[in-house]
Design a protein around this ligand. Sequence first.
Ligand SMILES: [Cu+2]
Length: 165
Amino acid sequence: MLKFALPLATMLIGAALPVAAHDYTFGDLAIIHPMMPAPAANAKVAGGYMVIDNKGTADDKLLSVSSDIGVAQIHKSAVDANGMATMTEQPEVAVPAGQTVVFEKGGLHVMFMDIKTPVKEGDMVPVTLTFEKAGPLKVEFMVEKRQTEMQGMDHSQHGTMTPKP
Ligand SMILES: [Cu+2]
């Protein structure tokens, strides 16, 4: 019986992973549910989202993000006075003491570009988040089901974007 029960249990755990929330705690910082919607086949860009919770009494700053799958940058989406959607690279993101910073569609996000290693739903993508005080923290972005066309439009303009040095 055990011979058959073990693979079944493994399969069930494997199936449950992609929908499970996950988070990381490093001292006073919590990185909650870092994820990216699965990019379209052959797409070279993807957005990454998460919540950063600073439970401490000292301010910190997210200075950079990096990943082996390609180029990673911190971006912020906004709509300008003319109603045009814009995206700008952020040199840093303040994570003040006692506050929560949300990376979400239409706002702050991690931008993965020039993706060289294909990613698909269910993958866990290692990403290093480097903070001014907390230092480099390693997390994994969970690749989730691809979102609607709105999500694709959100990042379509990145197709021709070249990363700055
Ligand atoms: Cu972006």
